[in-house]
Design a binder for this molecule. Structure first.
Ligand code: DHB
Ligand code: FE
Length: 281
């Protein structure tokens, strides 16, 4: 049977992708951030998930304001890196797992999560930067990927609780797939950042640190935090962090903290990275 082995949370700051692509990871600005990722890279080298379900938001690359799915799942065999204005990142094509993706889609929809099914979509920094964070610059990505998109761009966004419940339903779906596969769930985005308006540049490290404590130890309480609180405390783009709840919902209540790292600023964000495993029996 397939199994969810772990969850990873990581910001998907596009400048991190640019630092990798332009060999700047050892520059003074970036080195502490890339050093902080190293334990997660070592961990995934050993854990070797066959499939990563990457929960991210599309930043007007595959979808525009014409069509805004609340939750979407990519079922294709492959996904091309998106052109976000500077040409596509020169990273490997993202290989899907169509069979598992369709199985998860069926299970989710029968569980009353009305997913939008996507056969064709370019994947932007929201998805490719987390792959670079975890795997660096390989010839081919070492895992297959199932993209899950959440609308955090346009009001009204789903609640953190709904994201958490989606994570639980994804775990149930994965663990009813008859083939032996190791699956990791990655929640991306955040932490506090605001890219526009009067408070552009806002970072609230104190709030983020407590939020990370609670996401690990008491997600059932944290999931009730409102959109208004995210907006006020973590900025207009800080709400991306609700996507980490999909990852957290896919894990047990009690988890083992493998790695936690934060650093501010990384571009305009408080960079956060979390690796969690279910406790072994
Ligand atoms: C930044 C972070 C994001 O999540 C994003 O989508 C774009 C920019 C930033 O920190 O600059
Ligand atoms: Fe983003």
């Amino acid at each position: 049977m397939a199994k969810v082995i772990a969850g990873v949370g990581t910001s998907h700051v596009p400048a991190i992708g640019a630092a990798v692509d332009h060999n700047k990871t050892q520059d003074a600005y970036w080195k502490p951030i890339f050093d902080g990722m190293e334990p997660a890279k070592q961990w995934i080298k050993e854990a070797k998930p066959d499939v990563c379900i990457i929960v991210y938001n599309d930043h007007a690359s595959a979808f525009s304001l014409d069509t805004i799915p609340t939750f979407a799942i990519g079922v294709a065999d492959e996904f091309q890196p998106a052109d976000e204005g500077y040409g596509p990142r020169k990273v490997p094509v993202v290989k899907g797992h169509s069979e598992l993706a369709w199985h998860i889609t069926e299970s989710l929809i029968l569980d009353e999560f009305d997913m939008t099914i996507v056969n064709n979509m370019p994947v932007d920094h929201g998805l490719t930067v987390p792959l670079s964070v975890m795997y660096g610059q390989p010839e081919a990505w070492p895992c297959q990927v199932i993209p899950v998109c959440v609308n955090v761009i346009q009001y009204p966004q789903p609640t953190a609780n709904r994201c958490y419940q989606l994570g639980k339903a994804i775990r149930k779906a994965v663990e009813s797939f008859p083939k032996d596969l190791k699956v990791a769930v990655l929640g991306t985005g955040g932490l506090s950042h605001q890219l526009q308006g009067e408070r552009a540049g806002l970072i609230n490290s104190e709030y983020d640190e407590k939020w990370l404590d609670d996401l690990v130890a008491k997600p059932e309480e944290l999931k009730h935090v409102t959109h208004t609180e995210y907006l006020r405390e973590t900025g207009s783009e800080g709400i991306e962090a609700i996507m980490w709840f999909v990852m957290r919902g896919a894990l047990d209540q009690d988890v083992e903290l493998i790695h936690r790292f934060t650093r501010a600023p990384a571009s305009n964000s408080n960079y956060g990275l979390l690796v969690l495993e279910n406790k072994k029996d």
